[in-house]
Design a protein around this ligand. Structure first.
Ligand SMILES: C[S@@+](CC[C@H](N)C(=O)[O-])C[C@H]1O[C@@H](n2cnc3c(N)ncnc32)[C@H](O)[C@@H]1O
Length: 277
């Protein structure tokens, strides 16, 4: 285990915070040590001091920060997570937005899964969209799945999942949208085709400014790892990225009431969603 002192830990966590928005308090020193140990071994660096110096001063392109990001993010996810919230999306918000678009003669729908991890969330949204709106195929619909972790994006592209990921998928959805291959499940091509991946750091201001024109943004179980200041910056970008009439969905334990009043809070089936008027 590297000899990461409290000072070095604080310096490193400050850099991580600046670059990724992720906040590691002093209780996370052991966790960070184990990840730093792996990076030091991969790079052949013996002293923690040298590693911290390298990340702070000799990583202008952020290559090492990206390698570290791939190791320190929490990627826990599964399909149909927070089912009741998804029902609010399927039964209320999605039909409302689709009706408004149809009334305006528009045939595009853009959904963003921000912090998509290995893809269970965007594929869940693709299944729901096809179920609720069979015409999706004749519209220009896309679900943009973004994450900072490159390993996760590869998993999204593989679209292949173990039993744990699909445990909560209702039986009729499983039959229609997934194919059993051995003891795994592969997302059927028509459903997979709705999802496109993009590497994106939610803390990268330039990249976030380019995200525009979304009808729905799902950012569930991501903001819990940020502090209020990073949360505010991310949700301000979400506001600008959202079309009027669109909605942001957060994880059930996440609230942004403290950091912004821009959204209109709406309740559907006991779930709060953030709308843009
Ligand atoms: C716990 S998973 C959530 C997955 C999914 N949204 C869900 O609710 O099941 C959190 C994801 O956020 C991503 N993440 C953390 N910090 C990020 C950042 N600064 N930019 C982009 N993604 C980030 C992690 O890589 C991870 O895959």
């Amino acid at each position: 285990m590297p000899d990461l002192s409290v000072d070095q830990f604080q310096k490193l966590s400050q850099h991580i915070y600046q670059k990724l928005g992720l906040y590691f308090d002093d209780k996370k020193i052991y966790f960070l040590k184990t990840r730093v140990a792996r990076r030091m071994a991969a790079l052949g660096i013996d002293k923690a001091q040298d590693y911290v110096f390298m990340v702070a001063y000799a990583d202008p392109e952020g290559v090492e920060m990206q390698a570290l990001a791939n190791l320190i993010t929490t990627n826990e996810t599964y399909m149909f997570r927070e089912y009741e919230q998804l029902q609010a999306f399927a039964n209320h918000c999605l039909p409302e937005v689709l009706d408004a678009k149809q009334a305006r003669g528009q045939k595009t729908l853009r959904i963003w899964s921000a912090g998509c991890s290995s893809g269970e969330e965007p594929y869940t949204l693709a299944m729901i969209l096809q179920e609720i709106f069979p015409q999706a195929q004749s519209w220009d619909c896309s679900i943009v799945a973004t994450d900072i972790d490159e390993n996760m994006l590869q998993k999204v592209e593989a679209a292949r999942y173990g039993a744990r990921s699909v445990n909560d998928v209702p039986a009729e959805y499983r039959k229609k949208y997934l194919m059993a291959v051995g003891d795994e499940y592969v997302v059927r091509p028509r459903t997979a085709a709705l999802v496109e991946t993009m590497h994106l750091n939610l803390h990268d201001r330039m990249a976030m400014r380019a995200m525009r024109g979304f009808d729905f943004i799902f950012c569930r179980n991501v903001l819990i790892y940020f502090d209020d200041q990073s949360r505010k910056s991310v949700v301000d970008h979400f506001y600008n990225a959202l079309n009027p009439g669109g909605y942001v969905f957060l994880g059930h334990s996440e609230s942004i009431g403290r950091v912004t009043t821009a959204f209109k809070l709406k309740r559907f089936e006991n779930h709060l969603v953030y709308g843009k008027e």
